[in-house]
Write a protein that binds this ligand. Sequence first.
Ligand code: NAD
Length: 298
Amino acid sequence: MSDSIEDNTALILDGKAVAKKTQSQLRSRVEGLQTKATRPPGLAVLMVGDNPASASYVRGKERACARVGIDSYGRHFPTETREEELLQAIDDLNQDDRVDGILVQLPLPPHIDPVAAINRIHPDKDVDGLHPVNLGRLVRGEPSLRSCTPLGVMRLLQDYDIEVKGKTAVVVGRSILVGKPIALMLLEADATVTMAHSRSPDLSAITRSADILVVAVGRPELITAEMVKPGAVIMDVGINRVTDYFGKSSLTGDVDFDAVKEVARYITPVPGGVGPMTVTMLLQNTVDSYSDRLGLEG
Ligand code: NAD
């Protein structure tokens, strides 16, 4: 009996392992490229304020940079920093030849407009893929720097040889950061794509149609087993901090992992699924930008 239960349990897409492998490949690529260049790749992560989650993400990004041989030029500004000061720092980094990628860590304090900051980054250094020029190129299907989390989702699918072409994909969530770009990337990979969001009536009926279900909402356990088509691929982008009955805090996704893994064919865990891929794609974008800017490959 227990064998058949195990057989029906979804295969867990191990983002941590794929990220580790991809980072090691990136490290070799950087070593190779450096023999043709006079400097290593450089990434500047700008953070304003003292949001502890942001500080931990920034530290994680800088550690990952060090692992693959990317120099960090990050700056940490106090909360009261004026928008003009941040924009000036971005201008300086746009001009700095050592820097191939610039990223503004969100959220920013309320007195700074995140759109103004993102739009100030030169599109060729926009390693988060959020500048209107890069988003426009994505819409047109042209090569561009692309948003890291959706890229990470696509890479995980690719790494596990999961066919996208001809499949029905549903994306829940329509943010500029995740939902919209992932929908465009799935469309580009020849999936038939539906987007659902907070105003979609009968979410279950939509999600049950999905061969590939991507969830980027930010609501723990929004997706239950009944909302999933048997055999579906579940990509859980959500990151939610929850506190249990005993006061213990942990991270969880938007999918009821324990129940859904009994129905799905593949599923990403949280943590250890899409998250590690996001950082890895940031490193990849930085190395791509470095290579393009210095004309090092092809
Ligand atoms: P967001 O708040 O900008 O967007 C959330 C989207 O969810 C909105 O489009 C909204 O319409 C939709 N939504 C809200 N309630 C809904 C409901 N009940 N039913 C259906 N749709 C609903 O969030 P975001 O920036 O796209 O992030 C989404 C989640 O992904 C968050 O948990 C965030 O922490 C996480 N995230 C993870 C990574 C990663 O690396 N894994 C990266 C970015 C974001």
